[in-house]
Design a protein around this ligand. Structure first.
Ligand SMILES: NC(=O)c1ccc[n+]([C@@H]2O[C@H](COP(=O)([O-])OP(=O)(O)OC[C@H]3O[C@@H](n4cnc5c(N)ncnc54)[C@H](O)[C@@H]3O)[C@@H](O)[C@H]2O)c1
Length: 257
């Protein structure tokens, strides 16, 4: 067990097909106490997540669901405060929440740009800042932010320039956190997936485009949510005790750089 009794906040975890949920499931398998967070979280979804994790792992996992809009700083502080009150400490924050819209640059209106950046980049900042207040006191803690290959290769798969730029911001933000908070025993890293089979592709990718992309991937398939979760597990665990400021590509070799 790589995360025995570690208190892990996993954000963007409402969909059983998503990367956040897959991370919650894998972390629970490794003994973590899970706070599953999403803007659409409610009692029903939380119960569904817990039941699914228990069924997959054969454990009676410690899982709670919390509703939080990461674009709202007060919500993020409340999430962190409630988690601290419940568990007494926080060991890890995984931020996998994001929104995407496939648009060419000239079609992006100011409101589209603001919406994407407010969730993807400001949300990562809001969550990170809230967690870092606790991590600084504890002198320990790990942040894993999920970005996207779109930030590294100049978009062009799922999502427009606003999405790619927001994810580039997430990488820069995470690197800055790693440098500033390393001396306080805190690590911060990025996982950068490419096309992954989750609800995020629904309506954003034609069957032809999907096949075209898959045929150009050295490992000849799209990513599975669990592939991304594996990298998050590594970074959250002590196996990565000397890894900070890194961006781990989980892209099947589709972007080798
Ligand atoms: N699926 C892909 O092809 C792909 C590729 C590269 C990167 N990613 C990244 O992986 C991460 C996970 O995405 P996914 O594929 O699992 O999709 P997903 O849509 O299942 O997960 C995103 C989750 O974020 C939640 N969310 C949206 N706005 C929020 C807000 N304001 N506050 C809190 N939660 C909010 C959604 O409700 C959703 O459950 C995202 O950061 C995404 O950008 C995905």
């Amino acid at each position: 067990m790589l995360l025995k009794d570690k208190v892990c906040i996993i954000v963007g975890a409402a969909s059983l097909r998503g990367i956040g949920y897959a991370t919650a499931e894998l972390f629970a398998e490794h003994g973590a106490r899970i706070v599953a967070v999403d803007v659409v979280m409610n009692e029903e979804i939380a119960a569904e997540i817990k039941a699914s994790i228990n069924q997959k792992t054969g454990l009676d996992a410690d899982v709670v669901g919390v509703k939080c809009d990461i674009g709202n700083y007060a919500d993020c502080r409340k999430l962190v405060g409630e988690t601290l009150a419940r568990h007494g400490r926080i060991d890890c924050l995984v931020n996998s929440a994001a929104i995407v819209k496939s648009q060419s640059l000239l079609a992006i209106e100011e409101a589209d740009f603001d919406r994407i950046v407010n969730v993807n980049l400001k949300g990562a900042f809001n969550l990170s800042k809230s967690a870092l207040e606790v991590f600084s006191e504890q002198k320990s803690g790990v942040i894993v932010n999920v970005a996207s290959v779109a930030a590294q290769r100049g978009g062009g798969l799922v999502g427009g320039a606003h999405y790619a730029a927001s994810k580039g911001g997430v990488i820069s933000l995470t690197r800055t956190i790693a440098r500033e908070f390393g001396p306080r025993g805190i690590r911060a890293n990025v996982v950068s997936p490419s096309m992954t089979e989750t609800g995020m592709l629904d309506g954003n990718m034609s069957a032809e485009k999907y096949q075209e992309i898959v045929s150009a991937i050295p490992l000849q398939r799209a990513g599975h949510a669990r592939d991304i979760a594996g990298a998050c597990l590594f970074l959250a665990s002590d196996l990565a005790a000397y890894v900070t400021g890194a961006t781990i590509d989980v892209n099947g070799g589709s972007h080798i750089h």
